[in-house]
Design a protein around this ligand. Structure first.
Ligand SMILES: [Zn+2]
Ligand SMILES: [Zn+2]
Length: 79
């Protein structure tokens, strides 16, 4: 079994927003946005999710100030 250090709270991303410099917030695994949050589900994202391997976890970082967001691929830790 492998785990994502972000999902498990082992560390947090501290990446500033490229637009306004506010620290981006990790809004969780992209998979959490499947379903009710359909605005996030354009085909590009679906392609990206499908392209992610079993050893990777995709997180969505968003800026609480200007609503910039980006997806980051996290390497899971092998247990
Ligand atoms: Zn994760
Ligand atoms: Zn921002």
């Amino acid at each position: 079994m492998n785990l994502c250090p972000l999902c498990n709270g082992l560390y947090f991303l501290t990446e500033p927003c490229p637009k306004c410099g506010t620290l981006l917030e990790d809004t969780g695994m992209l998979e959490n946005f499947l379903g009710p949050y359909s605005p996030y589900l354009d085909e590009e994202i679906l392609d990206r999710v499908d392209g992610v391997g079993p050893g990777e976890c995709v997180h969505l970082l968003s800026c609480p100030r200007c609503s910039y967001d980006k997806r980051v691929v996290i390497d899971r830790l092998l247990d």
